[in-house]
Design a protein around this ligand. Structure first.
Ligand code: HEC
Length: 711
């Protein structure tokens, strides 16, 4: 008996699909398997539409808690943001988290299968402009591909989470602040990864690696390098170089980083890549010739076999406002002017909704989905008419949208039934000003501009003198207020017309990514911790679930044994500039799943705001030193730590409430790096002992004031 069953058993094992069994054929036919969610945007089209229709506008009111999975980043006291869309295949849900961690859990129960910690050096926190997030992983042929914040692309065994290989994707980790926050993308035989860091001054690129071995196949730079140091790497760089003047500040790195989702169209065998903003933003400091500066803020179509450029479309020639083409892109077949077109669509930061032919790159249409004044329109060949009133070279200007964009990375979704795109959109303007001189300086921001928006932001950045901000606003009457308003916008891409919009909140970054379903629903979470379900046709709110955890990532939906689930990776950003979202509950990452008939979502513990301790009594504050310390604090610390009196927003320790003991360790923390592993890097490369003493003087001054106010 034994002899006979054994071979049978082996055959059965060989035939059963293993964990993470996604390949190109299966992904191409994703519509035949609506129970699965096999790519960040569900299918290769990336529309984040699921045909599942068990949960409908009629019964969604009974949608409730099914399970949760706690995914703490386990690094120090600070929990970081969750931006990843999960993948669900054959009953297992996979997602990436802060630092490039990864999780696999049972999709019906939330029970952990494995977790992966890449053990990233905590000092990389300082190199990330906007938290140590990860926007997703890819599951492919029994493997999970994920990128770590510190630049490694890793292949894991989908069944065990064990590392199969890891490759260093960085061209320079010594002098440049590269990080990776974007997801990898499989394109035929390769897995492609970009990076982040344009705020600090890096040269953008993507690299393709062999799926099996991790061997490098090709690299595509998005902006040229210094021609004095060598000829352009390839034909694309030769083309790009012609759009940069001879006095370009090559040392600045120039930017163009690829930190958003990419797409791969298997029918056309094209990889679509969106590039980011410039370094520095101020074009006259970067390239005084005023050239187009390819390939900043562009959509690129690349042949994954050899990394050659098939076509490109630049949204913002000579980018000067931190606009990027890194928002998610959606592939669709749309009838436009009587002809079926294979299109690619994007609603990037700059506020226009773009529709291009994805085979050729031909520009089809673009209209604003939010208020914009940087351009007066896009002409028929796809070139924007830039408004001179938005160019801030000689004087500060009021520009819409802000740096943060009319739509940022939070994924939008397209519903082929309603034929509407649902955009997490934002109306906001900024006062933007030039810096007189610019030289690339290592170790910090290299944006070459000052931009301000929102009262709370202006107050914390310019505590003393707000004249520039007020006068600039006054000099531009007739523009909408700069205070941010967030909306969920339903937009018709064929008619280039808004169908409806619903206000999501005034707080900065209130609305998260979007999911739309065959149940005629749209789902979106908020930073305030609510998962909201909308009627896809009318925008009516049909259900709200309070979770107590800020949500930025996009929800997904899937079915197990005939039961439909909605799941989202909840977790608010720790980045203080994201601000204004009150944190009533402790913030930590958790994957939350919901189903019909589910219960109330368990809330995290309430956050306790510590009392202000007595600052060192014998410390004598020298006023001039404290004033200098305040400037240093704003430049080097405020990006993570909060301003005085913002305790309700705090993710990082409140430095205005330090104990005498911590003051005793102050310089070993700030210069000696004793908390580096927990994410508090040392600043010895940019600050000296006098600077740190000045910051301390400022903090003690503030703490005494705070204590006096509290009494
Ligand atoms: C990139 C983010 C980041 C920046 C910028 C940053 N810090 Fe921190 N800091 C942290 C983190 C994370 C912690 C908490 C580490 C832990 O969990 O122990 C921390 C903790 C501290 C602490 C210990 C507080 C306590 O209550 O124990 C001090 C002091 C401190 N930081 C000072 C500074 C100063 C001064 C600056 C500016 C020069 C600065 N930090 C800039 C991330 C940052």
């Amino acid at each position: 008996m034994m002899r006979r069953t054994l071979p049978l058993l082996l055959v059965a094992l060989a035939c059963a699909p293993g964990d993470g069994a996604i390949d190109l054929d299966r992904l191409r036919q994703a519509d035949d398997e609506p129970d699965q969610w096999m790519a960040l945007g569900r299918t290769y089209r990336g529309d984040r539409f699921s045909p599942l229709d068990q949960i409908t506008t009629d019964n969604v009111t009974s949608l409730g808690f099914a399970w949760e999975y706690e995914a703490r980043s386990r690094r120090g006291r600070v929990e970081h943001g969750q931006e990843a869309t999960p993948i669900m295949v054959d009953g297992v849900l996979y997602a990436s988290g802060p630092w490039g961690s990864a999780f696999a859990v049972d999709a019906a129960t939330g029970q952990e299968r494995w977790r992966y910690d890449p053990e990233v050096d905590g000092s990389y926190n300082r190199r990330a402009c906007c938290d140590v997030v990860s926007r997703g992983l890819q599951v492919w042929n029994g493997r999970v591909y994920v990128a770590t914040l510190d630049g490694f692309l890793v292949a894991l065994d989908a069944s065990t989470g064990e590392e199969l290989w890891r490759v260093d994707t960085f061209v320079d980790r010594e002098t440049r602040f590269y990080t990776i926050t974007g997801p990898p993308q499989v394109a035929k035989d390769v897995v492609v990864i970009g990076n982040s860091g344009a705020e600090f001054g890096v040269r953008g690129y993507i690299t393709a690696y062999d799926l099996m071995t991790g061997e490098e196949r090709w690299r595509f730079f998005t902006v040229p390098g210094d021609p004095a140091k060598g000829p352009p790497e390839d034909a694309a760089m030769e083309l790009a170089l012609q759009t940069w003047g001879p006095d370009t500040d090559w040392e600045a790195g120039l930017g163009g980083t690829v930190w958003g989702e990419m797409n791969y169209d298997p029918e056309l065998n094209l990889l679509y890549v969106g590039t980011g903003n410039s370094t520095p933003y101020s074009g006259w400091h970067r390239d005084p010739s005023g050239g187009d500066n390819l390939f900043l803020v562009s959509i690129l179509a690349i042949d994954p076999d050899d990394g050659s450029l098939a076509w490109h479309y630049q949204q913002v020639p000579w980018e000067i406002w931190d606009y990027t083409a890194t928002a998610n892109m959606i592939l669709a077949d749309l009838e436009i002017a009587g002809t079926m077109r294979q299109v690619i669509m994007q609603a990037p930061k700059n506020g226009f909704y773009y529709v291009l032919d994805r085979a050729t790159g031909e520009f089809l249409s673009a209209e604003p989905f939010a208020f914009v004044n940087w351009a007066t329109g896009i002409d028929p060949n796809g070139r924007p008419n830039i408004n001179p009133e938005a160019v801030y070279q000689d004087e500060p200007k009021v520009v819409f949208p802000t740096f943060a964009g009319a739509h940022n990375w939070h994924p939008m979704a397209f519903n082929p039934v309603t034929r509407l795109t649902y955009i997490p959109a934002r109306e906001s303007g900024m006062v933007i000003d030039d810096v007189d001189e610019y030289d690339w300086s290592p170790g910090g921001y290299n944006v070459g501009t000052l931009a301000l928006w929102e009262e709370w932001f202006v107050e914390r950045m310019l505590p003393e003198d707000q004249t520039l901000y007020r006068e600039t606003l006054a000099a531009h009457p007739g523009l909408p207020a700069t205070s941010t308003q967030e909306f969920l916008v339903a937009y018709d891409p064929v008619e280039q017309e808004e169908q409806w919009r619903v206000s999501v909140g005034a707080a900065y970054s209130a609305g998260g990514g979007v999911l739309t379903t065959g149940g005629n629903l749209v789902f979106q979470g908020t930073q305030a911790g609510t998962l909201v379900a909308y009627h896809a046709e009318s925008g009516e709110i049909v259900h709200r679930i309070e979770t107590g955890t800020g949500i930025m990532a996009a929800p997904i939906t899937y079915a197990i044994d005939g039961e439909q689930y909605v799941a989202v990776f909840a977790g608010a950003n720790s980045w203080a500039n994201e601000g204004a979202a009150r944190r009533d509950y402790e913030n930590y990452g958790r994957i939350l799943a919901f189903k019909l008939g589910g219960g109330a979502t368990p809330l995290p513990p309430r956050r306790i705001i510590q009392e202000t301790p007595e600052p060192p009594a014998d410390y004598v504050v020298v006023p001039a030193e404290a004033t200098r310390g305040e400037e240093l604090y704003i430049e080097w610390c405020l990006g993570c730590h909060i301003a005085k009196g913002e305790a309700t927003l705090a993710a990082y320790p409140d430095l205005h409430r330090l104990s005498t003991e911590t003051y005793g360790n102050f310089s070993s923390i700030v210069l000696g790096g004793v908390l580096s592993a927990a994410g508090m890097a040392d600043f010895a490369d940019v600050l000296d002992a006098d600077d740190v003493a000045a910051i301390q003087a400022y903090l003690i001054r503030e703490q005494r004031e705070l204590l006096a106010e509290e009494r």
